[in-house]
Design a protein around this ligand. Structure first.
Ligand SMILES: C[S@@+](CC[C@H](N)C(=O)[O-])C[C@H]1O[C@@H](n2cnc3c(N)ncnc32)[C@H](O)[C@@H]1O
Length: 222
């Protein structure tokens, strides 16, 4: 099936509310597990989460690794407001977690470089996917860890509908249609490999990790 892009920013408060209230505990916890497994030595330093949305992964990672600083960047104020509210409820994280409002490309960052760059479910939003790969190269120090997870595009609209029914059959309609649109906007693993090669990141590995997710992992050139 051909890719159908969707709007980049999730700026509508109704859409942000539906997304922030949805239960992404399983994939988000899995993402944190991939980080810990892939980079067991990375217990301190600074991590940047690009397109952090309501910040669930930022907060989970900061709780799992108590010496890590975790910054989350997103272009949607509505999304970041949920992250800020959750951070306010966890005062012990406040000196290590920071949310930054900024749109890629070109968003100013608080640190000159990061030890790890992570991103979940941003790639499929981007009209120009190289924006993510260039941001990762720009923000990561040489040899920085990279972990990106996203949906991959199913073979057909019917396959996309089946995935939506399997994983969010009981969710509100808005969330289901967002999920369907996201699947149709996502890239296939080979398309991601070609994007990485074009940005000088061909050494990063791309592999499917579920019936709907792919994972990109590895290190920036040293
Ligand atoms: C599907 S959400 C994923 C949120 C979060 N990473 C998660 O796993 O729950 C995608 C997020 O990327 C943000 N986004 C999309 N395009 C962006 C851009 N060009 N710059 C910054 N943020 C962007 C959206 O506002 C949205 O919050």
């Amino acid at each position: 099936m051909q890719r159908t892009p969707e709007p980049e920013l999730m700026g509508e408060s109704e859409q942000a509310l539906a997304y922030a209230n949805a239960d992404f505990a399983e994939p988000n916890e899995r993402f944190v597990g991939y980080f810990v497994e892939s980079f067991p030595e990375l217990k301190q330093g600074a991590v940047l989460d690009l397109g952090c949305g309501p910040g669930d992964i930022v907060l989970r990672l900061a709780r799992r690794l108590p010496q890590l600083a975790v910054h989350g960047l997103d272009g949607s104020r509505a999304m970041l407001a949920f992250g800020e509210a959750r951070l306010a409820a966890s005062p012990q994280l406040r000196n290590r977690v920071r949310f930054i409002e900024g749109v890629l490309p070109g968003a100013p960052l608080p640190l000159p470089s990061y030890d790890a760059i992570i991103s979940n479910s941003l790639l499929h939003h981007l009209h120009e996917p190289e924006v993510l790969w260039r941001a990762i190269r720009y923000a990561g120090r040489p040899g920085a860890a990279v972990l990106v997870m996203d949906l991959f595009r199913p073979a057909s609209p019917a396959a996309a509908e089946a995935i939506v029914e399997t994983y969010s059959g009981g969710e509100p309609e808005l969330l289901k249609s967002d999920f369907y649109n996201s699947l149709c906007a996502a890239f296939e693993p080979d398309e991601v490999r070609a994007q990485l090669a074009a940005c000088g990141l061909g050494a990063l590995a791309v592999r499917p990790v579920s019936d709907r997710h792919l994972l990109v992992s590895g290190r920036l050139p040293g």
